[in-house]
Design a protein around this ligand. Structure first.
Ligand SMILES: [Zn+2]
Length: 473
């Protein structure tokens, strides 16, 4: 009781403070709906943003540092979803927001939160109390109308709302029985329609990803509702209607449609799936892939490279990133993602070259230094690797991955005491990393401490039987 009073009091105090000028600019630039809102709704967005930024625990994944601009951008986009409510709503059950730089989390850098976007089946309560994981690159592209009508914030917060009744199953908490009945009738029909379209690889307004299951359908429909409201109202009038009743807003009245992707939505997946489908589907997918190969939108290519990275198709990922770079040679992230693909292929020298370019374009970003350090470790150039890792540690105290890499460097330089210290530190942050136990075991072996070596190596094999073959993962 007293706590909730304190919370309210703190929120009122926050709301009464003047809204920073920078924040206002970020909302205008990175939340494309914001300038179209009426002044009272804009005031509500600012109020929700204020509290949301202050109360959530913001975490940078994989050594990424979260800035105020990122917080304001995520909060502002999420706030749009709440504008239909009478009282301000702050997504109270969301405690942490984890932001990654890009969309692809290199297995080396994965902090194993266990619930990275779409990798893990979503399961009820544990999930909706868990953190929300977002890629900053995608957040920004969505907010600036550069993602062809996709919006990762709407997507992930839709999952959250879906889970408020204890089940992430595509039906958020609904009011009256009447509303529930209409909801099921409309969404079931639309869901199966999308499943059919995805199977036949047909063009659809809703992303084919929504055909994966009902929870993804709701998230994808929510994205479309806010991003392409006018097109949705025309092409899926009933679905638009039930979402309008749920969100208690009518964005088609005020929000202009996002610029559609030059390619039909879902094409990425269609292209990626082509090997797993029948002949006819493969033929269609080839056709749509050819259409995509003509795209001159660098973001299309960037996203394709991420899709391929996530699917473990590293050669294709590198090629897609190359095309993104050709179309936009100033894109540090495209270089960085190509470096990740090359690392996975063991082409460390090329990874170093790409990181050099990423660093040149964006010298402030510690991620590229760390990746280059990892590539130098792969090349056995430990002194160079240490220079890069020094930069990472100068930036922050270093995460599990940075300590692991520095441990590899110390081991390479023959300083086993320091290597053991770094590996142990890494394990204190991320205990279940097989590759770290493995290298710690090797370091102990070299000091002659057989017991400790056997203990760590056994642990590594227990966590991942393949660890000895690769020395990582
Ligand atoms: Zn999803």
């Amino acid at each position: 009781m007293i706590f909730s009073w304190l919370k309210d009091h703190r929120r009122k105090t926050l709301a009464a403070e003047p809204f920073p000028r920078d924040w206002q600019d970020w909302l205008s630039r990175n939340v494309r709906h914001y300038p179209h809102l009426e002044p009272p709704k804009q005031a509500r967005v600012r109020q929700v943003t204020r509290v949301f930024v202050a109360e959530k625990n913001w975490v940078g994944g994989g050594e990424f540092s979260v800035t105020d601009e990122m917080k304001v951008t995520v909060a502002g986009q999420a706030a749009l979803m709440t504008l239909g409510l009478d009282e301000p709503y702050y997504f109270d059950r969301v405690q942490s927001i984890i932001l990654y730089k890009g969309s692809y989390v290199h297995p080396l850098f994965s902090e194993r939160f266990g619930m990275l976007r779409e990798r893990v089946p979503i399961a009820g309560e544990a999930w909706y109390r868990g953190p929300i994981v977002l890629s900053w690159r995608e957040v920004l592209a969505g907010g600036r109308d550069a993602s062809g009508g996709k919006n990762v914030v709407f997507h992930e917060f839709a999952h959250y709302l879906d889970g408020l009744d204890g089940h992430v199953d595509g039906s958020p908490p609904l009011g009256a029985r009447q509303q529930r009945q209409t909801w099921y009738r409309v969404t079931e029909a639309e869901y199966f329609r999308l499943v059919g379209q995805a199977r036949r690889n047909e063009v659809s307004l809703l992303d084919h990803y929504g055909a994966k299951n009902r929870a993804e359908f709701f998230a994808v429909a929510t994205e479309c509702f806010f991003e392409r409201p006018q097109a949705m109202r025309t092409q899926h009038a009933e679905l638009y209607g039930v979402l309008r009743d749920f969100y208690r807003q009518d964005p088609a009245q005020w929000a202009p449609d996002a610029t559609a992707c030059p390619e039909p939505s879902g094409l990425f997946r269609a292209a990626a799936w082509r090997d797993n489908r029948g002949d006819l589907a493969a033929k269609r997918a080839r056709k749509s892939r050819l259409a995509m190969l003509r795209s001159r939108n660098p973001n299309t290519w960037f996203r394709l490279s991420v899709t391929y990275l996530n699917e473990g198709r590293f050669g294709l990922a590198a090629r897609a990133a190359t095309r993104a770079i050709e179309l936009d040679p100033t894109d540090a992230e495209a270089y960085y993602h190509r470096a990740l693909a090359r690392m996975e292929q063991g082409r460390y020298a090329e990874a170093v070259a790409d990181c050099n370019e990423a660093v040149r374009l964006d010298p402030e970003d510690p991620t590229a230094y760390q990746t280059r350090g990892a590539a130098y470790v792969g090349l056995g150039r430990f002194t160079r690797a240490m220079e890069d890792l020094d930069r990472v540690f100068a930036e922050n105290e270093g995460g599990a991955e940075a300590h692991y890499l520095r441990g590899r460097v110390w081991a390479g330089l023959g300083n086993l005491r320091r290597a053991i210290a770094d590996f142990s530190h890494s394990l204190s942050i991320r205990p279940l990393a097989a590759e770290v136990h493995y290298h710690l075991g090797l370091a102990y072996q070299r000091t002659g401490d057989e017991d400790a070596a056997n203990r760590e190596l056994a642990k590594a094999f227990q966590l991942d039987p393949h660890v000895a073959r690769t020395g990582k993962r």
